[in-house]
Design a protein around this ligand. Structure first.
Ligand code: ZN
Length: 147
């Protein structure tokens, strides 16, 4: 997705656009080539996102915009490796998908059926995470940083 399209989506103030642009940013959170060009637009994106009600109930659609802002903020502050964002923005991030830029070292199951957690490390800095897979109204993830 082009930078201009991401900005148009994130500032659209509509559920579909915010969701699409936000998801693109969230799934590219480890890709500075995509995120860095968005930094100058952070103030406008943040102001358009304020107080938005986008529906979604238990897991509000507005999270896509909020998480995207956290990602762009992280790069604007040059805050170390972007994997430190996972515990904050990782709710929808499946460790098995390539967009995370991590490696799954181990998958631990419950009774050989359900996934309990993944042990993963960041391909950029080597930080380890334990990622629990949870079932609610949908499948979601809990990213925990390991020391
Ligand atoms: Zn990292």
């Amino acid at each position: 997705m082009e930078t201009s399209q991401i900005i148009a989506d994130l500032t659209s103030q509509e559920a579909e656009g915010v969701r699409r642009g936000g998801w693109f940013v969230i799934t590219n959170s480890q890709n500075e080539r995509i995120i860095k060009p968005l930094i100058p637009y952070l103030p406008v994106i943040a102001s358009k996102a304020q107080g938005l009600k986008l529906g979604g109930g238990f897991a509000p659609n507005s999270r896509f915009g909020e998480y995207a802002i956290k990602v762009i903020e992280h790069y604007s502050k040059n805050n170390g490796c972007s994997c430190s964002l996972f515990p904050t923005i990782g709710l929808d991030l499946n460790p098995e998908k390539e967009y995370n830029n991590i490696a799954v070292l181990k998958t631990v199951k419950i009774e050989d059926k359900w996934i309990d957690y993944y042990l993963v490390n960041c391909n950029k800095c080597g930080q380890l995470f334990k990622v629990f897979e949870r079932m609610g109204h949908w499948v979601f993830y809990e990213w925990k940083r390991l020391d």
